[in-house]
Design a protein around this ligand. Structure first.
Ligand code: MN
Length: 323
């Protein structure tokens, strides 16, 4: 079976505990938000109490932000189990970590690169294309009816983390059985596509266009370096720095193998997002790890202190062994 059996000790937690705190990583993406909501739907069906936490900021799925708190109260934490989704690195819980660090913790995640010492119980499978599919395994193992709400959320997380099926590899094709189950339970493929790709405002397109116009193509156009700036951020305030659209555009160029996106923060440090083409052998996850960041083979990120010019040179040189 593609998804390993969930340990009985872990399943028992849903019997033992009556209260739960659900949390995902800061700067939540579609998979993180949907996994959190998926777990909350599971707990609802089990008649358990729960609270959803996230440090934010919400740049995606802003309409769901109201479901999440930034800080739990003492009563919500007392005798509760913490469930961490889509994250196995305590630092990535951001400002929320301090409130939950002493709680008994179950981690449900598909990042293998996390802290070994974080979490008391773990269901981690790096091969799973999304965390939402791991959450689905809990519905199945606990025999919980998958509500339409849950199916939609779990399918959405799968869709965003796979770039709408595009990043699924051959070994992962088994998961289509699970995806089928979600569609059967009410997830709508065309609505999900629309929600993912057809919600841009004009500003977002103009922001991406400005970034592409300034992009630097090196190594026979195999590597692209893109920088945003204070100026662009001010000019396109409502663009929300949607980098997925940028990556899609650039990766559609035949010669391009990888992208370095250097994001402006405050002039003293930068956030880097790295991408490599699906069929490329450039492991950007490994590169990000060397800067204490994290991610996957083809998508990863990290923060770097220093001036932008120096930072870009340092990151560029890490790509040399691949190009
Ligand atoms: Mn994920």
């Amino acid at each position: 079976m593609f998804f390993p059996k969930i340990d009985d000790n872990i399943l028992k937690l849903f019997d033992t505990y009556d209260k739960f705190v659900i949390i995902g990583h800061e700067n939540p993406d579609g998979d993180c938000i949907s996994s959190s909501i998926g777990v909350s739907e599971l707990l609802k069906k089990l008649n358990k109490k729960y609270v959803l936490l996230n440090a934010g900021p919400f740049t995606k799925e802003k309409d769901l932000e109201y479901l999440f708190k930034k800080e739990p109260n003492d009563n919500e934490k007392k005798d509760a189990l913490l469930i961490v989704v889509d994250c196995s690195t305590s630092a990535r819980l951001g400002s929320c970590y301090k409130y939950v660090k002493d709680m008994p913790t179950l981690i449900i995640d598909h990042h293998e690169s996390g802290d070994k010492s974080f979490g008391d119980y773990k269901y981690i499978l790096g091969d799973s294309p999304s965390t939402t599919l791991l959450v689905l395994q809990f519905f199945k193992a606990l025999n919980v009816e998958i509500s339409e709400e849950a199916a939609k959320a779990l399918f959405f997380g799968f869709s965003t983390d796979t770039g709408f099926f595009r990043f699924l590899n051959k070994e992962q094709s088994h998961v289509l059985n699970d995806v089928y189950l979600l569609v059967e339970k009410g997830a709508v493929i065309s609505d999900t596509y629309d929600k993912m790709f057809n919600q841009n405002n004009k500003e977002q397109k103009l922001y991406v266009a400005s970034l592409i116009k300034k992009a630097q193509f090196i190594n026979d156009d195999k590597l692209v370096i893109v920088r945003d700036s204070k100026y662009l951020l001010n000019k396109y305030k409502s663009a929300n720095r949607d980098s997925d659209a940028l990556f899609d555009q650039l990766l559609s160029i035949k010669s391009v193998q990888a992208i370095i996106l250097c994001k402006y923060i405050n002039g003293k440090e930068n956030v880097f997002s790295l991408r490599s083409k699906n069929n490329s052998n450039i492991d950007v996850g490994k590169i990000a790890q060397s800067f204490n960041g994290g991610g996957h083979f083809h998508a990863a990120g990290f923060k770097l202190k220093g001036t932008e010019k120096q930072n870009i040179e340092i990151v560029k040189s890490k790509f040399k062994e691949y190009l």
